[in-house]
Design a protein around this ligand. Structure first.
Ligand code: FAD
Ligand code: FES
Length: 373
């Protein structure tokens, strides 16, 4: 969901033949905390890979004999940084987040899917806005890119970063955030909140509450609702909490934009409900998918998603998280009805315009036609 002064763009991805894959060369791996690394890639010699701040790369690797894809938000800024960088935080027993730091070395190649994602905005030097970012843990990654782009491209805009972490050692990009705050004093405010603060901690600690948020808002400039946009990215609990608090403070829903990294955000009950409903219909439906100048027709069985069925048939459609979070598989249903296991990844207006996510989508009529890209 693009945010900011601009209306969400329905511009097509710049794709000319199927999803674009790149073999990027690893330039370096930088340890950010004990369980997170920045993975820096050289830009391809054949031409710079274009991306927008807030978008993600999909890393593709063979892990244990199986292709694994995962989305990682770019923390580099297309306006400021020469290289491309993502930040990977280790997840217990996670396939990709453990494979990357243990297997990748400078000079090696890594297959990636072109940058994608709607958690982004257009920058313009005449803009005058205040972005208030709520980040938790690895959720700082897209914020870092947006922050760097905002301060370099919009001299009159400002940014406040409210960053929640477990403890001091788990603060990712701490030095960079400090440096940016010092360099852009008055335009960038960084406030840390820790679950477990040390004795000498000068900042905030504990769960973000309404009282705490009111106090925090007193410490950062108030530019009024018109000029302020609220962004959030972090663990499910933190996002839900911030969402509730902003509602309590009467911040309209259309001023807040979210990026979810974790499938836990999905309402599991709803997913099961949709699956049960689709299965109860017990009917297969034919689907037509138009993508990149090609038209594909295939039958989707109950309890299978449109993307799963396409992949089974060797059709190379764009996708990344396969969980209804990242929108890499987004298409518009120009006819027929599609039920989604998960709708969180789409804004209300996208849903109203007929957008669907093939990775969590089931056709429930026979006339479904989806246009991707
Ligand atoms: C749009 C988008 C952008 C993302 N950007 C980033 C990023 O910048 N940096 C980053 O580190 N990750 C990011 N992620 C998450 C990333 O794609 C992977 O999901 C994450 O690294 C776990 O992958 P894995 O293969 O290691 O774990 P898996 O093998 O997929 O999962 C192992 C177990 O861990 C659980 N799990 C998965 N992810 C998490 C999590 N984040 N926290 C806690 N438990 C989890 C799973 O439910 C599962 O039980 C992003 C995800 C999306 C959708
Ligand atoms: S692949 Fe991520 S939303 Fe479908």
């Amino acid at each position: 969901m693009a945010f900011g002064l601009f209306k969400k763009s329905d511009k097509k991805q710049e794709v000319s033949s199927g999803p674009h894959y790149y073999d990027l060369t690893v330039k370096k791996l930088v340890e950010e905390t004990k369980d997170s690394i920045s993975l820096v890639f050289e830009q391809p010699a054949s031409g710079k890979l274009k991306y927008k701040s807030g978008q993600f790369l999909t890393l593709i690797a063979n892990v244990g004999g199986k292709e694994v894809r995962r989305a990682y938000s770019l923390c580099s800024s297309p306006f400021v940084d020469e290289d491309l960088a993502v930040m990977v935080k280790r997840v217990d027993n996670g396939l990709m987040s453990n494979w990357v730091p243990s297997n990748l070395k400078p000079g090696q190649k890594m297959k990636v899917l072109e940058p994608m994602g709607q958690f982004t905005t257009e920058f313009a030097k005449e803009n005058k806005r205040h972005l208030i970012m709520f980040a938790g843990g690895s959720g700082i990654t897209p914020m870092m890119s947006i922050l760097k782009s905002l301060i370099s491209q919009e001299p009159e805009s400002i940014c406040s970063v409210i960053y929640c972490n477990r403890d001091v050692d788990s603060i990712i990009f701490r030095n960079t955030l400090d440096q940016i705050q010092t360099e852009f004093e008055g335009r960038v405010h960084v406030i840390h909140i820790l679950d477990n603060a040390p004795m000498n901690w000068q900042g905030y600690s504990g769960l973000l509450s309404k009282e705490m948020l009111v106090k925090l808002f007193e410490r950062i400039p108030d530019w009024g609702l018109d000029k302020t946009t609220y962004l959030m990215c972090g663990p499910e609990g933190m996002m839900k909490n911030v969402d509730t608090l902003l509602k309590e403070l009467h911040i309209p829903q259309e001023k807040t934009f979210k990026e979810s990294f974790v499938t836990g955000v999905i309402d599991k009950e709803k997913k099961e409900e949709v699956k049960a409903a689709v299965k109860a219909g017990n009917t297969s439906h034919e689907v037509t998918v138009r993508y990149d100048g090609q038209e594909y027709k295939f039958v989707v069985e109950p309890n299978r998603t449109i993307l799963e069925t396409a992949l089974d048939q060797g059709i190379d459609l764009p996708y990344s998280c396969q969980s209804g979070l990242c929108t890499a598989c987004r298409g518009r249903a120009i006819s027929g009805k599609v039920k989604l296991d998960e709708e969180e990844g789409l804004s209300q207006s996208e849903r109203a315009e007929g957008y669907v996510l093939t990775c969590v989508g089931h056709p429930i009529t026979d006339d479904v036609v989806i246009e991707i890209g």
